[in-house]
Structure formats: structure tokens, C-alpha cells
Design a protein around this ligand. Structure first.
Ligand code: ASN
Ligand code: ZN
Ligand code: CA
Length: 339
């Protein structure tokens, strides 16, 4: 008999589908490794193995190497789990190191993730009631919705719920969705992963349309066939994933400016409503402004007009009311017809 059972933090290897080989913070209990990150609020990753309810089974492993890096339709597959655990890890680190936020509730407590939800399930979702993240395996059960931007998008719904609480309908719903696209994109750039480089596209890795095109485009949201590039009085009647376009476009313009630009090999061309030219202030400052607006000035009923005021207040608090940053916030909103 051994004197005691070793327990403790380990550094495992994740062979992900979308982000290459990454390190994962794991936990060794006896001779079994667990997909349990005690360094980030105790985040655990569970296997639903095709079920649509319950917590599932904690992923465990004998050698601390998770997944194969190849799509598999097996319900025991660890690859989707490696992507989900990596997404949770990077999202935690993004919020901590960018904004000083300690987890979704800012109380140091991690959420948990569930993968292999249902059969051919083409979505991912955050649920406030379980404080958990769930990922389907996509069509054919071979391209799970576990990319970094989707993970960051979904967990950011938890941040919005615990801060501004933007109602998930009408213009506030569009702002809620845009907040998730903005911070999901923030996570993707933050991770600086060579296999999943930062871009202003949402879901470009998960082949959700079957032809390799992204789910959404922040530089020109209408490229998805449904999203609004500009505010109009009827924008709040659209689905929240389309009315979000106005704020996604604002965020792109504030960060990168109008016109043509190539970033990490992706080409963008962002138009303006009023024909103006906007010069971006950079993504880092744009993220700080959106986060301060979300956590300090927005409420459950904030609409586009109020979001303009909230971000101007944030820019004023962070950079001053005569700053270039403040002026660019005003110009970027005007460029998406929010005045
Ligand atoms: N993926 C969708 C979203 O985050 C799922 C949903 O809750 N409607 O918006
Ligand atoms: Zn969403
Ligand atoms: Ca992306």
C-alpha cells in the first residue's frame, strides 16, 4: 500500500480540433487525471455522450493527453472536451488579464462545460440556471461548436447576465448578442493561437453553413444575409443575432476604422452610413470602453441610443471627454446611424 494518494494540479496536453496542441490545467486524483482546472475557479468539463439533460460524466484520463486533434463522432471523444476546456481557460484568462475580472460572476468561481449534447446538434448555449456551458457536435456529429470565439461568446452571456443584464429581446437583445460577439472576438485575439488566429468573424472555424463561411462578420454584418449594418427604427424587430450587427459594426469601426484592411491574413472592408471615414483607436481600447459601458453604465433596457451614451460615458471616464477615444466613439456610432 502507498503511504498516501497523490493529488494535485498538473499540466496536461490538449489535442484540439480547432486550436492545435495546447496545454490544459488538469487535476490528478490518485492515478486518474481529471479535466478539472483548479487554477481557474474549479472549471470542470463533462461528457453528456449524446444526452440532453443532466451534468454528464467528468472527463478522466490515464495519461493526461486529451483528444486526438481529429474530428470523431464517438460519444467518448475527448477532442471536443479539449477544445471546450481550452476555450474556458482562455476566456477566464482574457477576463482576468484584460479587465481584472475574476470569472463570470467576478467572485472567483468557475462555471462548467458539457460537450456532446444531443445528436447532430448545431448550436452551443450558456445557461444561467446551471451556470454552465453546453456544446453540440454539429451536423454529422463531427464538427463540435467548440471554437474559441464561440466559447468566449457563450460564456460572455453569463457576464452580461451578471452585469448590465441586457434583456434578450428588441434593441437590448441585439446589444446582448453583440457583447458576446465582441468579447468572444476578444478571447480569440487574446489566445494568440497560431491555429485559430484572431479575426472579426464569428464561427469561422466550425463550418456551420457547410461551405466554410463564417456565421457573422463584424466589419460588414449584412454579409451574413440577415444582419443590420446600420440602425433603423425597425432594427429591434429583427432576431437578436441580426440586430446585433449595428453594435458589432460599431465595435469594428471603433477598433480598426472604415475602409479596407487586412489583419492576420483576413481582408475586411467596412462601410459607413454617412460616408465618413473613421480612424480606429485599436481593439484594446475599444474593449476597455465596451467593458466599462457594460459593467457601469448599461442596464437591462439599454437601447442603441442609450448604448451610445453609455460608451461615451465610459470613454470619458477612461480617457477624458476631449480625448481622441471619446471623439472616435461618437464618430463610430454616427457611422452606424446611431445619433
Ligand atoms: N448560440 C446561441 C447564442 O448564444 C444560442 C442561444 O442561446 N440562442 O445566442
Ligand atoms: Zn449568443
Ligand atoms: Ca472568429
Amino acid at each position: 500500500k502507498k503511504l498516501y494518494e497523490f493529488q494535485g494540479i498538473e499540466t496536461g496536453t490538449g489535442k484540439t480540433l480547432y486550436s492545435g496542441t495546447v496545454t490544459l490545467s488538469t487535476y490528478l486524483s490518485g492515478s486518474t487525471y481529471q479535466l478539472y482546472d483548479t487554477t481557474r475557479g474549479g472549471h470542470k468539463t463533462y461528457n453528456l455522450a449524446g444526452r440532453t439533460s443532466g451534468t454528464g460524466t467528468l472527463f478522466t484520463d490515464a495519461d493526461d493527453v486529451w483528444g486526438t486533434g481529429t474530428a470523431s463522432s464517438s460519444t467518448a471523444d475527448q477532442t471536443a472536451a479539449a477544445d471546450a476546456a481550452y476555450g474556458a481557460q482562455e476566456t477566464w484568462d482574457f477576463y482576468k488579464n484584460t479587465f481584472g475580472r475574476n470569472g463570470i460572476k467576478n467572485n472567483g468561481v468557475g462555471a462548467y462545460s458539457r460537450v456532446h449534447y444531443g445528436n447532430n446538434y448545431v448550436n452551443a448555449f450558456w445557461d444561467d440556471s446551471c451556470f454552465c456551458m453546453t456544446y453540440g457536435d454539429g451536423s454529422g456529429n463531427t464538427h463540435p461548436l467548440t471554437s474559441l470565439d464561440v466559447a468566449g461568446h457563450e460564456m460572455s452571456h453569463g457576464v452580461t447576465s451578471n452585469t448590465a443584464g441586457l434583456n434578450y429581446s428588441g434593441e437590448s437583445g441585439g446589444l446582448n448578442e453583440a457583447t458576446s460577439d465582441i468579447f468572444g472576438t476578444g478571447v480569440e485575439f487574446y489566445a494568440n493561437n497560431s491555429a485559430d488566429k484572431g479575426d472579426y468573424l464569428i464561427g469561422e472555424k466550425i463550418n456551420i453553413n457547410g461551405d466554410g463561411t463564417p456565421l457573422r462578420y463584424m466589419d460588414k454584418p449584412s454579409k451574413d444575409g440577415g444582419s443590420a449594418d446600420y440602425w433603423s427604427s425597425s432594427v429591434g424587430t429583427k432576431d437578436v443575432h441580426y440586430s446585433s450587427g449595428v453594435a458589432n459594426h460599431f465595435f469594428y469601426l471603433l477598433s480598426e476604422g472604415s475602409g479596407a484592411k487586412t489583419i492576420n491574413g483576413v481582408s475586411y472592408n467596412s462601410p459607413t452610413y454617412n460616408g465618413s471615414t473613421v480612424t480606429g483607436i485599436g481593439r484594446d481600447k475599444a474593449l476597455q470602453i465596451w467593458y466599462k459601458a457594460l459593467t457601469t453604465y448599461m442596464t437591462s433596457t439599454t437601447n442603441y441610443k442609450a448604448a451610445r451614451t453609455a460608451t461615451l460615458n465610459a470613454a470619458s471616464a477612461l480617457y477624458g471627454s476631449t480625448s481622441t477615444e471619446y471623439k472616435t466613439v461618437a464618430a463610430a456610432w454616427s457611422a452606424v446611424n446611431v445619433n
